[in-house]
Design a protein around this ligand. Structure first.
Ligand SMILES: *C/C=C(C)/C=C/C=C(C)/C=C/C1=C(C)CCCC1(C)C
Length: 255
């Protein structure tokens, strides 16, 4: 094994093996705490996905490596937050809103960068795509946080958040990013791009639905809100990464 590839193995291994040290639960997980169990299961799936995405960077050609690294960073950052969220839930029964939003604040912009990166791997795209997606993300998350944490009226927070999300959807469907993907991308990239876009539409819709039923319609308990957010993360972080991994491998092997 060359020094370079030894380093490539060593970094993810060290990072991953340090996670359990920061994640000691204070109370024990109860056998009927299904929200706590879902936090646990998804933490493990996120750790495994991180190792997978990082190691697979060795297999794809140079211009696809960044996309896979970003997928691995998303699942790594989420894994660490899941350990903390699980602890809050298991020991207090409270909804871990702050950790949830700090995670989103870092991982959602990274997911948005993926659109920019897969287009940039195949053609020239302006940095404006990146900035518009980032601004949409910030408006969406800040609105949602202020509403969930009680700083502003929940309905106002919801409306501001929806406006940010609508702006993101506009950019990836009809804006510059959408046009570049439709006009210049090879078939495998177009199909990955369109699947990613549907994830941002359908998969992401789960969060505002959770917010709506959890805080506004009064129909959902905090148990269901957390289960809903957790399952949505499996789709939007892990499955999203797998789609990128698939296009990266396909495009690398095509050459
Ligand atoms: C990995 C985490 C992801 C992909 C989180 C995504 C979160 C959203 C799409 C949240 C959206 C919201 C709205 C559209 C309205 C206001 C409330 C939010 C923040 C839940």
């Amino acid at each position: 094994m060359s020094i370079k590839s030894a380093i490539r193995f060593a970094i993810p291994t060290v990072v991953l093996s340090s996670i359990p040290a920061v994640a000691m639960a204070e109370a024990n997980l109860q056998s009927d705490d299904f929200v706590g169990i879902s936090f646990w299961l998804i933490s493990m799936a996120l750790v495994a996905s991180t190792a997978f995405f990082f190691l697979e960077t060795q297999r794809v050609s140079a211009k696809w490596k960044t996309s896979l690294v970003v997928s691995g960073l998303v699942t790594l950052i989420a894994a660490v937050h899941y350990f903390y969220m699980r602890d809050v839930w298991v020991s207090t029964g409270d909804t871990p809103t702050v950790y949830r939003y700090i995670d989103w604040l870092i991982t959602v912009p990274l997911l948005m960068i993926e659109f920019y990166l897969i287009l940039r791997a195949i053609t020239a795209v302006s940095g404006g795509v990146f900035w518009r997606l980032t601004i949409g993300t910030l408006v969406m998350l800040i609105g949602g946080y202020l509403g969930e944490a009680g700083y502003i009226n929940v309905t106002v927070g919801f409306i501001v958040g929806m406006a940010g999300w609508a702006y993101i959807l506009y950019e990836i469907f009809a804006g510059e990013a959408g046009k570049v993907a439709a006009g210049e991308a090879p078939a495998s990239v177009q199909s990955a791009y369109s699947t990613m876009r549907w994830i941002v539409t359908i998969g992401w819709a789960i969060y505002p639905l959770g917010y709506f039923f959890g805080y506004m319609a009064g129909g959902a308990s905090m148990e269901s809100l957390n289960i809903i957010y957790n399952l949505a993360d499996v789709l939007n972080k892990i499955a999203f990464g797998v789609i990128i991994w698939n296009v990266a491998v396909t495009e690398s092997e095509a050459k």
